[in-house]
Each structure stands twice: as structure tokens, then as C-alpha cells.
Write a protein that binds this ligand. Structure first.
Ligand SMILES: [Zn+2]
Length: 82
């Protein structure tokens, strides 16, 4: 996934002739193409977002959403993201 993100950023920089930070602000082309660029980045990480989960550090129970209390009775024990 990191390679895809890296390659997408490099391609955007090349396509928009970004050679240094200043050229980002100097070219209208950059902001015109930003929507598509962000969309491409989103598509790369979209699946990862859906796989995000919380896991209880005490009993290992997994949750898709952050619960207030774990089934084991633990509170504030949800530390792990996937
Ligand atoms: Zn638990």
C-alpha cells in the first residue's frame, strides 16, 4: 500500500511539474487536478479504513466500533488498531 501511495504522489508531482514546494502554489494546474489526486489516494487506502478495528488489550475481543465497556468488563482497554 505504501508503494502505491508513494507512486501516486510521485506521478502527481511529475504530471503537474512540481519540482519544489513553491511550484505547488504557483501552478493553477495543481489545484485543478487535486480532486482526482485525493480520489486516487482515497481509493488506495479505502479498504484499509474498513478493516480498522479496536481490540481489547485485556481479553482480545475485537470491535468494529469503539465500545464504552468490553464484554470482559474492561474500560479504556481498547488500544489496538488494525
Ligand atoms: Zn476485554
Amino acid at each position: 500500500m505504501k508503494d502505491k501511495v508513494f507512486n501516486t504522489v510521485v506521478k502527481f508531482m511529475e504530471d503537474n511539474q512540481i519540482t519544489c514546494e513553491e511550484t505547488i502554489y504557483q501552478s493553477d494546474k495543481v489545484i485543478e487536478n487535486a480532486y482526482e489526486f485525493i480520489s486516487e489516494l482515497f481509493k488506495i487506502i479505502e479498504n484499509q479504513i474498513e478493516e480498522l478495528q479496536y481490540e481489547c488489550d485485556l481479553c482480545g475481543q475485537e470491535y468494529a466500533n469503539l465500545p464504552e465497556v468490553c464484554i470482559c468488563g474492561g474500560i479504556d482497554c481498547f488500544i489496538k488498531f488494525k
